[in-house]
Design a protein around this ligand. Sequence first.
Ligand code: G3P
Length: 217
Amino acid sequence: MKFFIDTADLAQIREAQELGVLDGVTTNPSLMAKVGIKGAAAVEQHYIDICNIVTGDVSAEVISTDYEGIVREGEHLASLHPQIVVKVPMIKDGVRAIKYFTSKGIRTNCTLVFSAGQALLAAKAGATYVSPFIGRLDDVSTDGLVLIEEIRTIYDNYGYQTQILAASVRHPMHIINCAKIGADVATCPLSAITALLKHPLTDNGLAQFLADAQKFA
Ligand code: G3P
């Protein structure tokens, strides 16, 4: 399973990259606003800065919601850097635009997906990635992991190549369960990735080894 980091924070992206397990980055308008990016030029430069830190795909989200606007904005974003994947919302004009981008060889990430039917449409339009938001489903008492399972089954039934990118991941058990189900990618906050490192028996065992090493130092 690929690990993407879900942030626009350059320091966190660098930290995940240095860990050596990072395969890409996802951003969204809320994450860009959170790091204080303002203005089109600054946004574009920020995407380029992210691409220069990592080697994998970097999702950059369109703001337009009409077909022509999504196409114009997406083509511009894709022209900024070869690592850019155009992130498009799961709306009618978004699906049309994904189909267009697919025909032009522009890679896409269909975002704000909350049902298996939406994921099926994204795959039929040729999306490179589909982003089901599992944490936000959990927030409304609906098991987000069940949606990942449903999409996995549907895509495997028909051999769709669209990659399941589990989004709105909140904690390490989301990551582990996504890996068990067979999600292709999990995009996670840095805290969820580093939480995978932790186990008290590892800490206790290491402390004991270091203490015993003193005996023969
Ligand atoms: O990738 C989408 C993600 O940023 C949404 O996460 O935690 O805002 O639901 P969250």
